[in-house]
Design a binder for this molecule. Structure first.
Ligand SMILES: C[S@@+](CC[C@H](N)C(=O)[O-])C[C@H]1O[C@@H](n2cnc3c(N)ncnc32)[C@H](O)[C@@H]1O
Length: 223
């Protein structure tokens, strides 16, 4: 599928898919969305609730690696350990990675961002001390872990273009893959998404969304 680049509202770049009229991130700000939905409403919320170390995170849609990179920066700054698994069926190319300006805008190292993408797939590696990354090249439907993750960043393309990823079947997989008390966050606030999450056992709340979006969802696996 053809991919183009787009400068979003906060100056950060995202990938645009013209055939689907869909982006990897919000047009109103890729960096702002990632910080609000995944870091603040997910990672910081979880850490405020005394999670065990290392924090085990699953990302649904590793894509450009923006969420992984922001998580790495936060963990280095705050001094806690992370084991991060990013699942992705269609990795971005080296050429595409070079066009992304996240390291510069988030005051991180471009070398580390590049190294994150150069790490081999399927092998857990320590990107920086305390931050282990496992990139898995596979479909979300192939995720079969149980009782593994504290936090899920659910960052698939939207239900308008990939409705099959926002179903009870996929959220059931997430529920089983998570530990009790685990947290799942997503930018979508669609009623059918919320109901699919509730149907598999999550407790779901609507939260204020990132710039340009009224609401988002946070789901907790009850203890
Ligand atoms: C919204 S984008 C991810 C954005 C990413 N978190 C980032 O910060 O760049 C959704 C991602 O899911 C991937 N994807 C789409 N369908 C998939 C599937 N069925 N299984 C695995 N990956 C898929 C896409 O290639 C894309 O990278």
């Amino acid at each position: 599928m053809k991919r183009k680049f787009l400068i979003t509202g906060d100056g950060s770049i995202t990938i645009h898919l013209p055939e689907w009229n869909e982006q990897y991130h919000s047009k109103h700000g890729a960096l702002a969305e990632a910080r609000h939905v995944f870091i603040s409403s997910g990672l910081h919320f979880l850490r405020n609730n005394n999670v065990d170390a290392p924090v085990r995170i699953l990302e649904i849609g590793f894509g450009t690696g923006l969420n992984a990179f922001l998580t790495l920066l936060d963990s280095q700054l705050q001094g806690y350990e992370v084991e991060y698994t990013g699942v992705e069926a269609y990795p971005v190319s080296e050429e595409e990675i070079e066009k992304l300006n996240y390291a510069e805008l988030a005051s991180g190292s471009q070398d580390v961002f590049k190294r994150m993408h150069e790490l081999p797939w399927e092998i857990p590696a320590e990107l920086l001390p305390g931050f282990q990354l496992l990139k898995q090249k596979k479909f979300f439907s192939e995720i079969n872990n149980t009782d593994t993750y504290h936090l899920v960043y659910f960052d698939a393309f939207g239900p308008r273009v990939q409705p099959e990823l926002w179903t009870e079947e996929i959220f059931g997989k997430m529920f089983r893959a998570m530990k009790e008390g685990g947290v799942l966050v997503t930018y979508s606030a669609k009623g059918s998404v919320r109901r699919a999450m509730q149907a598999v056992g999550f407790e779901v709340e609507r939260l204020p969304g990132p710039p340009g979006k009224r609401e988002m969802l946070r789901a907790v696996k009850p203890s």
